[in-house]
Each structure stands twice: as C-alpha cells, then as structure tokens.
Design a protein around this ligand. Structure first.
Ligand SMILES: Cc1ncc(COP(=O)(O)O)c(C=O)c1O
Length: 374
C-alpha cells in the first residue's frame, strides 16, 4: 500500500490516519456513544482516562487537559512559578516547551543538550541556575529519558521543581520508573502523531502530590475549586469526552505499540550496522518516538530518498536560538545547533514499518552508498 503526498507517491514519514484505521470500528462506536450520551465535557470518559493513565504511569493522579502546551504551563503555575521567575529548559525541543513558559509570564533560560540522546545537559543546567530559578523543564527528546535523576539532585540543593516534558515519552522508562513519575509533574501531549494520540488536541499532567493535583483540577476549569468557588484565576483547558474516549480505546495497546517501535529501532540498527556512527543510540527504556540519524549531507539524502518514494522528517530544523522570539533567552548551544543541522528522522511508526520496512531499509542503504560515491 502506498500513500499520496502532494503530487508524488510516497511512503510517509508519519501518518496518524493509519492508527485510526486500526481502531476505526471502536472509535466510530465510541463517537456514537459519547454523542448519544449528551455529556461532552468532564464526564466518565475523562474520569476513566485519568484513572487508567495515572495507573499506567504509576502516579496517584492524572489531570486531563487540552494540550501538551497547557500541561506544561498549568504545571508551572500549580507548583508556584510566578511571572519573572526563571525556568531552565532545553534548546532542542518543540517550540511549545518554551511558549508554555512564556505563556505564564515566566522567563525561559534555554541551555544546551548533550549526546548521545541530545536531551538537556545537567552541567549546562547547573551553570544556568540563579537566585531567580524556580523550575527545570527537561524534555525526554525522541522518547529518550532526560537525566532527571541527576537533575533531581540539583533541584533538591537549590529548591527547584522539575516538570518533565513527556510529550514524546508515553510509556518510556528510566530503570523501573515510567517517565512522568519522576518530577513533581509530568506533562504529556496527545497530539495525533504521538505514541499515544488524540484525534485532535489533548494533554495531561501526572503527579503524586495531592495539593498540586487539586490546584490543577481547578486551573484547567476556570479556577473553580472543590467548594465550587474561584480563589485564584484559572483557564479553560479541559479535555473533551470524545478525545478521552479515543485515548481510552488506545491506552491498553500502548505498551505493545511501543514494543513494536523498539523492535524496529533495533532492526534498523542491525541493518544499518555499517553506518553505526550515524545512528541514534539503543537505550533500554526508550520508546523511539523518533528515529533520527545524523548526516552532514542531509538535504541531499532527503531529496534522493524522496525521489525513491520515501519521505523523512526533521526534528528539529530550528533550535530555540533560530526563533526570533526566543533568541534572547538562549545560552551557548553548540550541541543543539549541531543536531538541528544534521538530524533527519526515518519513518518509525509501526503501521508504516509493518508494511514497508524492507523497502525503506534497502532504499536508505542505496542512498547512503550513492552519497559516499558522490
Ligand atoms: C516536546 C514537546 N513539548 C510540548 C509539545 C506541545 O504539545 P501540544 O501540541 O499538545 O500542545 C510537543 C508537541 O509537539 C512536544 O513535542
């Protein structure tokens, strides 16, 4: 099976519709059930999802919200970050991580990453801490665990809060612990291309802290607390019943789905063994949300592979320093700049690789050989 992208016929880099096809029957039934039920906001689908996602991550609480961006912003508010406070984060991430900090009026302090995972560098965080620092937002980039346990030592020493950006880390682990259970809050996105995705927007926060959880239930719902009154301002950031229903259908299969990603990441590593220096690391616990290889002649590679019918993606072409809105918050970030110029993500979505793995491998190898000969 091939898919049309623009005018060319190609294997896509990612395609959430393929996941919908797997769950089509259940999702169509759930759509009818929710619509017939007449309760579209904060009903039993959201409650079920919160209960089961908290169990899945291993936290006491899960608060469903309407995006990963809000999950970060509301977490920062709930732990008490105020306007002008500094929040340290990474230079290689979706811009949403930084927007989420700016959205609450805090000041992002954007530091470098380090190989081999290209997550935030503990040393860089340490060097960036000031009297105004209140929180750290590490991102588990591409499904690799950021160094949360090392950061926890710094957090303890300087009384900082760690909000894990888990937008790419559903089900990924560090040792026996699921990511999202290690910081004071874990902030998840369910953007459709994520390892667990909505058919629209959605997000969630996981936490073990009962008072943070109560603040978050209020913050996502205009600020209304358990007594039904508003003591501090909130916003509307509720997940709707339809999105929760779609997540409830997929959640039981997330573990298996991640295993298939691990299988394909390992299979790529075997088949591309002659190019081991270019490959992302195989690390226990990673969920391979992306599979970025590193190439000096990336554009040429992408063009040649596209001519052979295989699309790739770049995560991320721009570091935070390349965004005019963020540049003034950036420290020196050579490793992030290296990644932004060299990374190219091969397809890793299981539904694509189940059908096209051999074709992708042979065409990638052919293209790499062409580039060497060139
Ligand atoms: C690392 C990271 N943080 C935050 C977000 C923002 O999530 P959302 O699009 O659900 O607001 C994303 C989504 O792409 C992401 O990848």
């Amino acid at each position: 099976m091939k898919y049309k992208i623009g005018h060319s016929t190609s294997i896509p880099a990612a395609n959430p519709k393929l996941r919908f096809e797997v769950f089509r029957k259940k999702m169509m039934e759930a759509t009818g059930k929710v619509l017939d039920g007449g309760n579209y906001i904060l009903g039993e689908e959201v409650e079920n999802f919160e209960k089961h996602f908290a169990q899945f991550i291993g936290t006491e609480y899960c608060i469903a919200v309407n995006s990963g961006t809000d999950a970060i912003s509301l977490s920062l508010l709930a732990v008490g970050v105020k306007p002008e406070d500094e929040v340290i984060t990474t230079s290689l991430t979706a811009p949403a991580t930084v927007s989420a900090i700016l959205n609450i009026g805090a000041t992002p302090v954007i530091v470098d990453v380090e190989a081999p995972e290209y997550c935030i560098s503990t040393e860089a965080v340490k060097a960036a801490i000031t009297i105004n620092t209140k929180a750290i937002v590490p991102v588990h980039l591409h499904g690799y665990a950021a160094p949360v346990k090392e950061l926890a030592h710094l957090a303890e020493k300087y009384s900082l809060h760690i909000i894990e950006d888990c937008a790419q880390a559903h089900g990924a682990k560090m040792g026996d612990d699921k990511l999202g259970s290690l910081g004071i809050c874990g902030a998840f996105s369910f953007y459709p291309t994520k390892n667990l995705g909505c058919m629209g927007d959605g997000g969630a926060i996981t936490t073990n802290d009962p008072s943070i959880a109560q603040k978050l239930y209020a913050l996502r719902n205009y600020g209304i607390n358990t007594e039904g009154v508003i003591k501090s301002n909130g916003k509307n950031s509720r997940m709707d019943e339809l999105q929760a229903a779609y997540l409830n259908i997929q959640l039981p299969d997330l573990e298996d789905y991640n295993k298939r990603r691990v299988f394909y990441a390992k299979a790529y590593a075997v088949r591309f063994k002659d190019y081991a220096d270019l490959l992302p690391p195989i690390i226990e616990g990673a969920n391979y949300h992306q599979y970025p290889i590193r190439l000096t002649n990336r554009d040429d590679f992408r063009g040649r592979l596209m001519e052979k019918g295989i699309a790739t993606n770049i995560h991320y072409e721009l570091t935070m320093k390349d965004h005019p809105n963020f540049v003034k918050y950036c420290k020196n970030i050579p490793n992030a700049e290296y990644a932004a110029r060299h990374f190219v993500s091969l397809p890793i979505q299981p539904e694509i690789l189940d059908v096209h793995f051999e074709e992708i491998v042979s065409k990638v190898l052919l293209t790499l050989r062409e580039l060497q000969a060139y």
